[in-house]
Design a protein around this ligand. Structure first.
Ligand code: NAD
Length: 426
């Protein structure tokens, strides 16, 4: 395993050190630490948030880089306090409420992990980059086209500011997927002509509404049931497989035509299943299929066919005509692609060589959104409907509400449970 030769001298020379020194002078610093440490903060102390924080700490151990947690925020105070307690930290570094993330941005954190429901990501990402923070953000990064475009725009600002941005599309950090991508680039498959991507699995959790609970609290607790919060599961979960199609093919689809429906869910307004045909142009089509229904056949994978063979996303590549490929070693810290994400984030900071995944993850998020809009409406949706104002498409500016603004100003209203999009009418 390759270990970083991190030293304080190197760190002080790096871009990150400049930002660290700058934030030290900020008023309202939450925790005073020397710039020889990378200071971490977490927004969204739920299941994945705590997981991502541990992944980042493990990545720092792997690289032998000292880190320190300096700020935590969650909609619910007890969740932030629990994370602080788990790490033996003071409750003083905890913030709560829908706007608690703003305090994190005022803190001395160098790196902020954004792991709240996807609807909140665009505004929180913008706040983090405006505050000069390096960012890890979970997928998906938006629930609508304006949100995905904002991620792309802010991602460009991050580049100008030399800030690192890593996203939780973890297959891109997995050694087996990188090996397949490498083989494709070496021509082992020939041009990709088509394929299929699947996330067919069981239902996720859902929460019943509690007596007297506010709309905001109900939506936050039950976020995987509401499209306004999650983007629906084609966006929230199936993005992992769609992202592989975009990555391997090397471009986004030109259009989507799909359908879907709901039979089993009780709360929220998501569909149970989606079936979408993505047209990548140049004769290449990808069939996307996702379902969250218990008791059915499960399959989570990606399959591609090129003019010279086939492969699953995770390999092995099976060329018709043998191709001699000299694979490099693909690092996977602690055997985990989710630790590897943070290894590359921290290494980018320390080496002063920022990496930036904002565009890739925003495009994959938008691809999934395109499929969802087609399934909800029953219409053909073009990439340009979501990316080009000149398309005059009604979906270009369609912003799902409530969004973070409504949560922050106290006007968030939960959509009715079990009222869903009707294709042909929506
Ligand atoms: N990469 C992966 O494999 C993977 C796995 C699971 C989840 N995720 C992603 O991680 C994100 C979070 O999912 P989760 O499973 O941790 O959900 P979760 O419900 O367990 O956690 C989300 C947390 O965010 C908090 N929150 C809500 N609004 C907030 C706000 N305005 N400010 C601060 N905190 C707020 C909630 O109270 C909750 O504690 C989602 O985008 C999800 O898609 C990714």
């Amino acid at each position: 395993m390759k270990q970083s030769s991190f030293s304080r001298r190197d760190f002080l020379k790096s871009t990150a050190a400049v930002s660290a020194a700058a934030v030290l002078s900020q008023a309202g610093a939450v925790y005073a630490a020397g710039p020889e440490k990378i200071r971490l903060a977490l927004v969204g102390c739920g299941g994945r948030g705590n997981g991502a924080l541990n992944d980042c700490i493990n990545a720092a151990k792997y690289l032998n880089i000292p880190v320190e947690i300096v700020a935590l925020a969650d909609h619910f105070k007890d969740r932030a306090l629990k994370t602080a307690e788990q790490h033996g930290l003071s409750p003083d570094i905890c913030f709560d409420g829908p706007a608690g993330y703003k305090k994190v941005m005022e803190s001395i954190a160098d790196v902020v992990l954004l792991v709240t429901p996807p609807a909140f990501r665009p505004n929180q990402f913008e706040a983090a980059i405006n505050a000069g923070k390096h960012v890890f953000m979970e997928k998906p990064v938006a629930v609508d086209a304006p949100g995905a475009r904002k991620i792309m725009e802010v991602g460009e600002i991050a580049k100008q500011k030399k800030l690192c941005v890593v996203a939780g599309t973890q297959r891109r950090y997995a050694a087996n997927y990188r090996k397949t991508k490498f083989a494709i680039e070496e021509g082992a498959l020939g041009p990709i002509l088509g394929g299929a991507v699947y996330w067919c699995g069981g239902k996720l959790w859902h929460q019943e509404r509690r007596d007297g609970e506010s709309d905001a609290d109900y939506m936050v607790r039950n976020w995987v049931s509401f499209t306004e919060m999650s983007g629906d599961h084609i966006v929230e979960q199936h993005i992992h497989n769609i992202d592989i199609a975009n990555w391997f093919i090397g471009r986004t689809p030109k259009l989507a035509i799909g359908f879907g429906g709901r039979a089993r869910r009780k709360t929220g307004n998501q569909f149970d299943f989606f079936n979408v045909d993505f047209d990548y142009d140049e004769g290449c089509r990808i069939h996307s299929m996702c379902r969250q229904v218990n008791g059915c056949y499960n399959q989570v994978s990606e399959l591609f066919t090129g003019s010279n063979g086939t492969t699953y996303g995770s390999g092995p590549v099976k060329p018709i005509k043998a191709v001699d490929i000299k694979y490099p070693n693909f690092e996977q810290a602690n055997g985990s692609e989710m630790v590897q994400e943070h290894v590359e984030l921290l290494r980018g900071i320390i080496d002063g060589k920022p990496i930036n995944a904002a565009k890739d993850v925003a495009e994959s998020t938008l691809t999934a959104i395109m499929g969802r809009i087609s399934a909800y409406t029953g219409q053909l949706v073009r990439w340009r409907d979501l990316t080009d104002a000149a398309s005059n498409s009604p979906w270009y500016n369609l912003k799902l509400k409530p969004g973070l603004e409504e949560f922050e100003n106290g006007t968030a209203k939960a959509p009715a449970d079990d009222v869903i999009a009707i294709p042909g009418e929506a």
